[in-house]
Design a binder for this molecule. Structure first.
Ligand code: PAN
Ligand code: ZN
Length: 187
């Protein structure tokens, strides 16, 4: 097994400023890619009319796809708001629903919104904090600070990403700034 792993996948060096790993491709999500995610559609359209900023980028490291193997993504989510709602990731379920994930916060400060069929919960993610995302749970990352939120997400290699279920039902809750602090509100 070990001899099937490329040297560049065995150990990587990353920068906290850009979350780049060498010249590896990053999946980039701009404001235009997040249509339908933010609750305040008027604020979304107004912001997009002015600019289409990069909201987040992820570099995936996928050394091996065999049973029991792990993949991880290094993500950077920039600070900002649409209306009162903080910048966020699209969010997803794993295609293989039982697949859990561990998020390790590297820098910045934020939250993860976790939802299953019955419950919505917030968990702190940032420098010095980790989040355990159980299987069968939709998860979205939210930057509530004023610097980039950088994190690793580590997941089983067979997890897969299902964006469709969340795109059709959306998260039931939103995280907005209220009286200068994050507040979990109904959509
Ligand atoms: C993460 C996410 C990353 C970007 O690596 O993929 O935070 O969020 P979206 O995939 O929702 O756009 C992860 O949870 N991987 O499973
Ligand atoms: Zn995930």
């Amino acid at each position: 097994m070990l001899n099937t792993i490329l040297p560049e996948d065995l150990s990587v060096t990353y920068g906290l400023d850009s979350a780049r790993i060498g010249s590896r491709p990053m999946v980039e999500r701009r404001l235009a890619d997040l249509r339908g995610c933010f609750a305040d559609e008027g604020a979304y359209d107004a912001a997009l009319a002015v600019a289409n900023p990069l909201l987040y980028a992820v570099t995936a490291v996928e050394p091996s796809a065999g049973d029991g193997q792990l993949h991880y993504g290094l993500g950077i989510l920039y600070p900002g708001k649409i209306g009162q709602e903080y910048f966020l990731t699209k969010g997803h379920y794993h295609s293989y629903r039982p697949a859990a994930e561990i998020y390790v916060g590297l820098s910045g400060s934020g939250l993860m919104l976790l939802e299953d069929e019955g419950e919505s919960r917030l968990a702190t993610l940032g420098k010095n904090s980790c989040v355990y995302v159980p299987g069968h749970t939709a998860h979205r990352t939210i930057n509530t600070g004023d610097v980039p939120l950088v994190y690793l997400g580590i997941y089983p290699s067979n997890a897969g990403h299902d964006y469709g279920a969340i795109a059709s039902r959306n998260f039931r809750k939103i995280v907005v700034e209220r009286d200068g602090a994050p507040f979990l509100a109904d959509r």
